[in-house]
Design a binder for this molecule. Structure first.
Ligand code: SF4
Length: 418
Protein backbone atom coordinates (compact mmCIF):
# COMPACT_ATOMS: atom_id res chain seq x y z
CA UNK A 1 0.00 0.00 0.00
CA UNK A 2 1.34 3.39 -1.02
CA UNK A 3 1.72 5.87 1.85
CA UNK A 4 2.04 9.48 0.77
CA UNK A 5 4.54 11.64 2.55
CA UNK A 6 2.89 14.33 4.64
CA UNK A 7 3.55 17.84 3.41
CA UNK A 8 2.26 21.30 4.17
CA UNK A 9 -0.62 22.43 2.03
CA UNK A 10 -0.76 25.54 -0.14
CA UNK A 11 -3.66 26.80 -2.23
CA UNK A 12 -3.23 27.61 -5.92
CA UNK A 13 -6.47 29.47 -6.58
CA UNK A 14 -9.10 26.96 -5.52
CA UNK A 15 -6.77 23.98 -5.97
CA UNK A 16 -5.17 22.60 -2.78
CA UNK A 17 -1.62 21.36 -3.26
CA UNK A 18 0.11 19.08 -0.77
CA UNK A 19 -1.18 17.79 2.55
CA UNK A 20 -3.96 15.30 1.96
CA UNK A 21 -4.94 16.78 -1.42
CA UNK A 22 -4.83 14.49 -4.46
CA UNK A 23 -1.74 14.76 -6.65
CA UNK A 24 -2.33 17.61 -9.08
CA UNK A 25 -1.53 17.60 -12.81
CA UNK A 26 0.02 20.67 -14.38
CA UNK A 27 1.04 21.72 -17.84
CA UNK A 28 2.34 24.84 -19.51
CA UNK A 29 1.23 26.73 -22.58
CA UNK A 30 3.59 26.63 -25.53
CA UNK A 31 2.50 29.85 -27.29
CA UNK A 32 3.15 33.50 -26.47
CA UNK A 33 1.21 34.73 -23.45
CA UNK A 34 0.70 38.17 -25.00
CA UNK A 35 -1.23 36.57 -27.88
CA UNK A 36 -4.29 36.55 -25.68
CA UNK A 37 -6.77 34.59 -27.81
CA UNK A 38 -4.30 31.80 -28.54
CA UNK A 39 -3.17 31.68 -24.94
CA UNK A 40 -6.75 31.46 -23.63
CA UNK A 41 -7.56 28.77 -26.19
CA UNK A 42 -4.55 26.76 -25.13
CA UNK A 43 -5.26 27.10 -21.40
CA UNK A 44 -8.89 26.07 -21.82
CA UNK A 45 -7.90 23.10 -23.98
CA UNK A 46 -5.45 21.92 -21.33
CA UNK A 47 -8.05 22.41 -18.61
CA UNK A 48 -10.63 20.45 -20.62
CA UNK A 49 -8.09 17.62 -20.97
CA UNK A 50 -7.78 17.50 -17.18
CA UNK A 51 -5.01 19.96 -16.23
CA UNK A 52 -5.64 21.20 -12.68
CA UNK A 53 -3.21 24.13 -12.99
CA UNK A 54 -1.66 25.79 -16.06
CA UNK A 55 1.60 27.76 -16.15
CA UNK A 56 2.37 30.55 -18.59
CA UNK A 57 5.67 32.21 -19.41
CA UNK A 58 5.93 35.96 -18.80
CA UNK A 59 9.29 37.01 -20.24
CA UNK A 60 8.14 40.50 -21.25
CA UNK A 61 6.01 43.30 -19.92
CA UNK A 62 3.47 42.72 -22.68
CA UNK A 63 2.99 39.19 -21.30
CA UNK A 64 2.11 40.33 -17.79
CA UNK A 65 -0.08 43.06 -19.31
CA UNK A 66 -2.07 40.32 -21.06
CA UNK A 67 -2.69 38.42 -17.82
CA UNK A 68 -5.79 40.27 -16.51
CA UNK A 69 -7.71 39.59 -19.73
CA UNK A 70 -6.50 35.98 -19.86
CA UNK A 71 -7.55 35.44 -16.25
CA UNK A 72 -11.02 36.77 -17.08
CA UNK A 73 -11.47 34.09 -19.74
CA UNK A 74 -10.20 30.99 -17.94
CA UNK A 75 -11.25 29.11 -14.82
CA UNK A 76 -8.20 26.98 -14.11
CA UNK A 77 -5.57 28.52 -11.75
CA UNK A 78 -2.68 30.20 -13.55
CA UNK A 79 0.97 30.21 -12.53
CA UNK A 80 3.34 32.89 -13.83
CA UNK A 81 6.71 31.43 -14.80
CA UNK A 82 9.28 34.11 -14.02
CA UNK A 83 12.95 34.14 -15.01
CA UNK A 84 15.57 36.91 -14.89
CA UNK A 85 13.17 39.83 -14.21
CA UNK A 86 11.71 39.98 -10.73
CA UNK A 87 9.47 42.83 -11.92
CA UNK A 88 7.53 40.28 -14.01
CA UNK A 89 6.69 38.49 -10.77
CA UNK A 90 5.40 41.70 -9.18
CA UNK A 91 3.36 42.52 -12.29
CA UNK A 92 1.94 38.99 -12.43
CA UNK A 93 0.93 39.17 -8.76
CA UNK A 94 -0.75 42.51 -9.41
CA UNK A 95 -2.55 41.00 -12.44
CA UNK A 96 -4.11 38.34 -10.20
CA UNK A 97 -2.27 35.08 -11.01
CA UNK A 98 -2.53 32.26 -8.50
CA UNK A 99 1.10 31.30 -8.02
CA UNK A 100 4.58 32.49 -8.95
CA UNK A 101 7.45 30.32 -10.05
CA UNK A 102 10.94 31.68 -9.36
CA UNK A 103 14.23 30.22 -10.55
CA UNK A 104 17.04 30.68 -8.00
CA UNK A 105 19.47 30.32 -10.89
CA UNK A 106 18.46 33.64 -12.41
CA UNK A 107 16.64 35.67 -9.74
CA UNK A 108 18.91 35.59 -6.74
CA UNK A 109 19.22 39.19 -5.56
CA UNK A 110 18.02 39.11 -1.97
CA UNK A 111 16.15 42.39 -2.06
CA UNK A 112 14.39 41.48 -5.28
CA UNK A 113 13.32 38.11 -3.90
CA UNK A 114 12.11 39.81 -0.72
CA UNK A 115 9.92 42.15 -2.76
CA UNK A 116 8.34 39.17 -4.50
CA UNK A 117 7.82 37.41 -1.16
CA UNK A 118 6.11 40.49 0.29
CA UNK A 119 3.84 40.87 -2.75
CA UNK A 120 2.84 37.19 -2.60
CA UNK A 121 2.24 37.32 1.13
CA UNK A 122 -0.12 40.26 0.67
CA UNK A 123 -2.16 38.31 -1.91
CA UNK A 124 -1.73 34.96 -0.09
CA UNK A 125 -0.05 33.44 -3.13
CA UNK A 126 2.32 30.49 -3.01
CA UNK A 127 5.72 30.59 -4.68
CA UNK A 128 7.40 27.65 -6.36
CA UNK A 129 11.15 27.60 -6.04
CA UNK A 130 12.21 25.79 -9.18
CA UNK A 131 15.79 24.61 -8.98
CA UNK A 132 16.70 23.39 -12.41
CA UNK A 133 19.79 21.55 -13.61
CA UNK A 134 19.90 23.77 -16.70
CA UNK A 135 20.39 26.96 -14.70
CA UNK A 136 22.01 25.66 -11.55
CA UNK A 137 25.56 26.69 -12.30
CA UNK A 138 26.56 30.17 -11.13
CA UNK A 139 26.51 32.74 -13.93
CA UNK A 140 27.76 35.98 -12.38
CA UNK A 141 30.63 35.09 -10.05
CA UNK A 142 33.31 33.86 -12.47
CA UNK A 143 35.40 32.00 -9.91
CA UNK A 144 32.39 30.23 -8.49
CA UNK A 145 31.22 29.42 -12.02
CA UNK A 146 34.58 27.81 -12.87
CA UNK A 147 34.45 25.73 -9.70
CA UNK A 148 30.88 24.58 -10.28
CA UNK A 149 31.43 23.80 -13.95
CA UNK A 150 34.49 21.73 -13.07
CA UNK A 151 32.38 19.84 -10.56
CA UNK A 152 29.54 19.32 -12.99
CA UNK A 153 31.82 17.92 -15.68
CA UNK A 154 34.06 15.94 -13.33
CA UNK A 155 33.71 12.46 -11.86
CA UNK A 156 30.50 11.54 -10.04
CA UNK A 157 28.58 14.16 -11.98
CA UNK A 158 25.30 13.02 -10.49
CA UNK A 159 26.47 13.28 -6.89
CA UNK A 160 28.08 16.66 -7.42
CA UNK A 161 25.07 18.08 -9.23
CA UNK A 162 22.86 16.84 -6.43
CA UNK A 163 25.09 18.52 -3.86
CA UNK A 164 24.99 21.84 -5.80
CA UNK A 165 21.22 21.62 -6.21
CA UNK A 166 20.61 21.01 -2.52
CA UNK A 167 23.11 23.69 -1.44
CA UNK A 168 21.53 26.31 -3.75
CA UNK A 169 18.06 25.37 -2.63
CA UNK A 170 18.96 25.71 1.04
CA UNK A 171 20.72 29.01 0.42
CA UNK A 172 17.65 30.35 -1.40
CA UNK A 173 15.21 29.00 1.16
CA UNK A 174 17.00 30.95 3.86
CA UNK A 175 15.69 34.19 2.31
CA UNK A 176 12.14 32.87 2.67
CA UNK A 177 12.67 31.53 6.17
CA UNK A 178 14.05 34.82 7.44
CA UNK A 179 10.89 36.44 6.05
CA UNK A 180 8.84 33.68 7.72
CA UNK A 181 7.27 32.80 4.38
CA UNK A 182 6.34 29.14 4.04
CA UNK A 183 3.72 29.02 1.28
CA UNK A 184 6.27 27.27 -0.87
CA UNK A 185 6.41 24.50 -3.42
CA UNK A 186 9.75 23.05 -4.43
CA UNK A 187 10.98 21.46 -7.61
CA UNK A 188 14.43 20.17 -8.56
CA UNK A 189 14.37 19.11 -12.19
CA UNK A 190 17.08 17.45 -14.21
CA UNK A 191 17.28 15.64 -17.52
CA UNK A 192 18.81 12.68 -15.68
CA UNK A 193 16.03 10.46 -14.28
CA UNK A 194 18.29 9.05 -11.56
CA UNK A 195 19.29 12.53 -10.43
CA UNK A 196 15.61 13.49 -10.33
CA UNK A 197 14.87 10.55 -8.04
CA UNK A 198 17.87 11.33 -5.82
CA UNK A 199 17.14 15.06 -5.63
CA UNK A 200 13.48 14.80 -4.71
CA UNK A 201 14.15 11.98 -2.26
CA UNK A 202 16.75 14.12 -0.51
CA UNK A 203 14.57 17.22 -0.53
CA UNK A 204 11.62 15.30 0.87
CA UNK A 205 13.89 14.12 3.70
CA UNK A 206 14.88 17.70 4.56
CA UNK A 207 11.71 19.73 4.04
CA UNK A 208 7.98 19.30 4.34
CA UNK A 209 7.04 21.67 1.52
CA UNK A 210 4.88 20.19 -1.25
CA UNK A 211 6.95 18.96 -4.18
CA UNK A 212 6.39 19.65 -7.86
CA UNK A 213 7.83 16.68 -9.77
CA UNK A 214 9.24 16.96 -13.25
CA UNK A 215 12.03 16.10 -15.64
CA UNK A 216 13.47 19.05 -17.49
CA UNK A 217 13.98 19.07 -21.29
CA UNK A 218 12.74 15.50 -21.52
CA UNK A 219 12.60 15.69 -25.32
CA UNK A 220 9.95 14.44 -27.74
CA UNK A 221 7.09 12.34 -26.47
CA UNK A 222 8.51 9.17 -28.05
CA UNK A 223 11.48 9.12 -25.68
CA UNK A 224 10.36 11.68 -23.12
CA UNK A 225 7.61 9.40 -21.84
CA UNK A 226 10.03 6.81 -20.48
CA UNK A 227 12.46 9.49 -19.27
CA UNK A 228 9.64 11.14 -17.32
CA UNK A 229 7.51 8.28 -16.16
CA UNK A 230 10.36 6.23 -14.68
CA UNK A 231 11.47 8.87 -12.11
CA UNK A 232 8.01 10.32 -11.50
CA UNK A 233 6.48 6.88 -11.10
CA UNK A 234 9.27 5.82 -8.76
CA UNK A 235 8.90 8.91 -6.59
CA UNK A 236 5.12 8.75 -6.50
CA UNK A 237 5.25 5.06 -5.62
CA UNK A 238 7.47 6.04 -2.71
CA UNK A 239 4.87 8.57 -1.60
CA UNK A 240 6.86 11.58 -2.83
CA UNK A 241 5.25 14.28 -4.97
CA UNK A 242 2.22 16.54 -4.71
CA UNK A 243 1.98 17.84 -8.25
CA UNK A 244 3.48 16.65 -11.52
CA UNK A 245 4.32 18.11 -14.86
CA UNK A 246 5.42 15.81 -17.62
CA UNK A 247 7.13 17.99 -20.20
CA UNK A 248 7.46 17.11 -23.87
CA UNK A 249 8.71 18.90 -26.95
CA UNK A 250 5.22 18.39 -28.31
CA UNK A 251 1.64 19.54 -27.93
CA UNK A 252 1.24 19.98 -24.13
CA UNK A 253 -2.07 18.15 -24.29
CA UNK A 254 0.02 14.93 -24.18
CA UNK A 255 1.61 16.12 -20.94
CA UNK A 256 -1.81 16.28 -19.33
CA UNK A 257 -3.02 12.98 -20.78
CA UNK A 258 0.12 11.11 -19.74
CA UNK A 259 0.30 12.82 -16.34
CA UNK A 260 -3.26 11.79 -15.57
CA UNK A 261 -2.70 8.26 -16.85
CA UNK A 262 0.31 7.92 -14.58
CA UNK A 263 -1.79 8.94 -11.59
CA UNK A 264 -4.64 6.64 -12.64
CA UNK A 265 -2.48 3.53 -13.00
CA UNK A 266 -0.84 4.21 -9.64
CA UNK A 267 -4.27 4.60 -8.06
CA UNK A 268 -3.51 8.20 -7.02
CA UNK A 269 -6.51 9.71 -8.77
CA UNK A 270 -9.93 8.28 -9.59
CA UNK A 271 -10.13 7.74 -13.33
CA UNK A 272 -12.20 10.11 -15.44
CA UNK A 273 -13.69 8.40 -18.49
CA UNK A 274 -13.23 4.87 -19.76
CA UNK A 275 -10.12 2.75 -19.34
CA UNK A 276 -9.24 0.84 -22.49
CA UNK A 277 -7.17 -2.30 -22.34
CA UNK A 278 -6.17 -4.11 -25.51
CA UNK A 279 -3.95 -6.97 -26.55
CA UNK A 280 -0.81 -6.21 -28.55
CA UNK A 281 -1.95 -8.64 -31.29
CA UNK A 282 0.12 -11.46 -32.72
CA UNK A 283 0.06 -14.00 -35.50
CA UNK A 284 -3.29 -15.32 -34.33
CA UNK A 285 -5.16 -12.14 -35.06
CA UNK A 286 -7.93 -12.32 -37.63
CA UNK A 287 -9.37 -8.80 -37.53
CA UNK A 288 -7.74 -5.39 -37.97
CA UNK A 289 -7.31 -4.86 -34.24
CA UNK A 290 -4.95 -1.87 -34.41
CA UNK A 291 -7.52 0.17 -36.33
CA UNK A 292 -10.33 -1.09 -34.11
CA UNK A 293 -8.48 -0.12 -30.93
CA UNK A 294 -7.80 3.40 -32.22
CA UNK A 295 -11.44 3.83 -33.22
CA UNK A 296 -12.71 2.48 -29.90
CA UNK A 297 -10.28 4.73 -28.01
CA UNK A 298 -11.50 7.82 -29.85
CA UNK A 299 -15.18 6.97 -29.43
CA UNK A 300 -14.82 6.16 -25.74
CA UNK A 301 -13.21 9.58 -25.16
CA UNK A 302 -16.14 11.24 -26.93
CA UNK A 303 -19.02 9.27 -25.45
CA UNK A 304 -18.11 7.69 -22.13
CA UNK A 305 -17.58 9.73 -18.99
CA UNK A 306 -17.79 7.01 -16.34
CA UNK A 307 -14.65 4.94 -15.63
CA UNK A 308 -15.85 1.83 -17.50
CA UNK A 309 -13.16 -0.75 -18.11
CA UNK A 310 -13.32 -1.77 -21.75
CA UNK A 311 -11.26 -4.60 -23.23
CA UNK A 312 -10.49 -5.21 -26.89
CA UNK A 313 -8.79 -8.57 -27.35
CA UNK A 314 -7.60 -10.27 -30.49
CA UNK A 315 -8.54 -13.88 -29.85
CA UNK A 316 -9.57 -16.53 -27.37
CA UNK A 317 -6.08 -17.22 -26.05
CA UNK A 318 -5.92 -14.44 -23.50
CA UNK A 319 -9.13 -12.78 -24.53
CA UNK A 320 -11.53 -14.41 -22.09
CA UNK A 321 -9.12 -14.23 -19.16
CA UNK A 322 -8.30 -10.58 -19.73
CA UNK A 323 -11.89 -9.68 -20.49
CA UNK A 324 -13.14 -11.07 -17.22
CA UNK A 325 -12.12 -7.99 -15.26
CA UNK A 326 -13.65 -5.65 -17.83
CA UNK A 327 -17.12 -4.16 -17.73
CA UNK A 328 -17.47 -4.35 -21.50
CA UNK A 329 -15.29 -6.57 -23.64
CA UNK A 330 -14.89 -7.85 -27.13
CA UNK A 331 -12.68 -10.65 -28.29
CA UNK A 332 -12.22 -11.13 -31.95
CA UNK A 333 -12.06 -14.16 -34.13
CA UNK A 334 -12.51 -15.03 -37.76
CA UNK A 335 -13.63 -11.60 -38.99
CA UNK A 336 -16.12 -11.42 -36.13
CA UNK A 337 -16.27 -10.22 -32.56
CA UNK A 338 -18.05 -11.52 -29.47
CA UNK A 339 -19.08 -8.83 -27.02
CA UNK A 340 -19.54 -9.29 -23.30
CA UNK A 341 -21.00 -6.99 -20.69
CA UNK A 342 -19.77 -7.90 -17.22
CA UNK A 343 -19.14 -11.45 -18.28
CA UNK A 344 -22.41 -11.96 -20.07
CA UNK A 345 -22.32 -12.58 -23.79
CA UNK A 346 -24.50 -9.98 -25.49
CA UNK A 347 -23.53 -10.04 -29.17
CA UNK A 348 -21.65 -11.86 -31.90
CA UNK A 349 -21.19 -9.57 -34.87
CA UNK A 350 -19.18 -9.36 -38.10
CA UNK A 351 -15.99 -7.24 -38.01
CA UNK A 352 -17.55 -4.18 -39.63
CA UNK A 353 -20.20 -4.01 -36.90
CA UNK A 354 -17.87 -4.46 -33.93
CA UNK A 355 -17.17 -0.76 -33.29
CA UNK A 356 -20.79 0.43 -33.32
CA UNK A 357 -22.12 -2.55 -31.40
CA UNK A 358 -19.40 -2.30 -28.76
CA UNK A 359 -20.04 1.39 -28.33
CA UNK A 360 -23.80 0.88 -28.03
CA UNK A 361 -23.22 -1.62 -25.24
CA UNK A 362 -20.77 0.74 -23.52
CA UNK A 363 -23.32 3.56 -23.64
CA UNK A 364 -26.23 1.45 -22.45
CA UNK A 365 -24.13 -0.03 -19.65
CA UNK A 366 -23.10 3.50 -18.64
CA UNK A 367 -26.79 4.44 -18.49
CA UNK A 368 -27.57 1.40 -16.35
CA UNK A 369 -24.80 2.40 -13.95
CA UNK A 370 -26.18 5.95 -13.81
CA UNK A 371 -29.64 4.61 -13.01
CA UNK A 372 -28.19 2.44 -10.26
CA UNK A 373 -29.09 -0.79 -12.08
CA UNK A 374 -25.46 -1.91 -12.45
CA UNK A 375 -22.15 -1.26 -10.73
CA UNK A 376 -18.75 -0.76 -12.29
CA UNK A 377 -16.22 -3.52 -11.81
CA UNK A 378 -18.74 -6.12 -10.78
CA UNK A 379 -18.57 -9.32 -12.76
CA UNK A 380 -21.73 -11.37 -12.68
CA UNK A 381 -21.06 -14.25 -15.09
CA UNK A 382 -17.85 -16.12 -15.94
CA UNK A 383 -16.70 -15.83 -19.50
CA UNK A 384 -16.39 -19.25 -21.04
CA UNK A 385 -14.03 -19.38 -24.02
CA UNK A 386 -15.86 -20.39 -27.18
CA UNK A 387 -15.60 -23.95 -28.40
CA UNK A 388 -12.37 -24.53 -30.29
CA UNK A 389 -14.35 -24.93 -33.47
CA UNK A 390 -16.11 -21.92 -32.08
CA UNK A 391 -18.80 -19.67 -33.29
CA UNK A 392 -16.23 -17.07 -34.26
CA UNK A 393 -13.55 -19.42 -35.64
CA UNK A 394 -11.28 -17.62 -33.30
CA UNK A 395 -7.81 -18.41 -34.52
CA UNK A 396 -7.81 -21.49 -32.36
CA UNK A 397 -6.92 -23.62 -35.37
CA UNK A 398 -3.49 -22.02 -35.41
CA UNK A 399 -2.96 -22.85 -31.76
CA UNK A 400 -4.01 -26.46 -32.30
CA UNK A 401 -1.61 -26.69 -35.20
CA UNK A 402 1.24 -25.31 -33.10
CA UNK A 403 0.55 -27.83 -30.37
CA UNK A 404 0.38 -30.69 -32.83
CA UNK A 405 3.63 -29.67 -34.48
CA UNK A 406 5.32 -29.36 -31.09
CA UNK A 407 5.95 -25.62 -31.43
CA UNK A 408 6.41 -23.92 -28.09
CA UNK A 409 3.37 -21.88 -27.33
CA UNK A 410 3.23 -21.71 -23.56
CA UNK A 411 -0.52 -21.92 -23.90
CA UNK A 412 -2.69 -23.85 -21.53
CA UNK A 413 -5.85 -24.15 -23.61
CA UNK A 414 -6.91 -27.74 -24.16
CA UNK A 415 -6.18 -29.15 -27.60
CA UNK A 416 -9.25 -30.67 -29.16
CA UNK A 417 -8.81 -32.77 -32.26
CA UNK A 418 -10.83 -31.92 -35.29
S1 SF4 B 1 -5.17 -12.02 -27.31
FE1 SF4 B 1 -4.79 -13.45 -29.03
S2 SF4 B 1 -4.30 -12.10 -30.76
FE2 SF4 B 1 -4.08 -10.86 -28.92
S3 SF4 B 1 -1.90 -11.06 -28.43
FE3 SF4 B 1 -3.00 -12.58 -27.21
S4 SF4 B 1 -2.85 -14.44 -28.47
FE4 SF4 B 1 -2.37 -12.73 -29.84
Amino acid sequence: MMVRRKTRQVKVGAVPLGGDAPVVVQSMTSGYTHEIDNCVREINKLAAAGADIVRVAVPERKDTEALPEILRQVTVPIVADVHFHFQRALEAVEAGVHKIRLNPGNISDRQQVERVIDACRERRLPIRIGVNEGSIVERRDKQKRRRELAAVFGDDRQGRLLAIMIAKLEEYLEIFHVRNFHDLVISAKSIDPLLVIAAYTEISRRFDYPLHLGVTHAGPKETGTIRSVVPLGTLLTNGIGDTIRISYANDPIYEVQDGLELLYVLGLRPRRGAELIACPTCGRIQVDLFTLVQQVNRKLKEEITLPLKVAVMGCVVNGPGECEGADVAIFAGDKRGIIYVQGEKVANVPEEEILDTLLEHCKSFQERVRRGEARLGQKSVDIIPPAPEGDVGSGYAKIVEEKRSGARTGLTLPVVSR
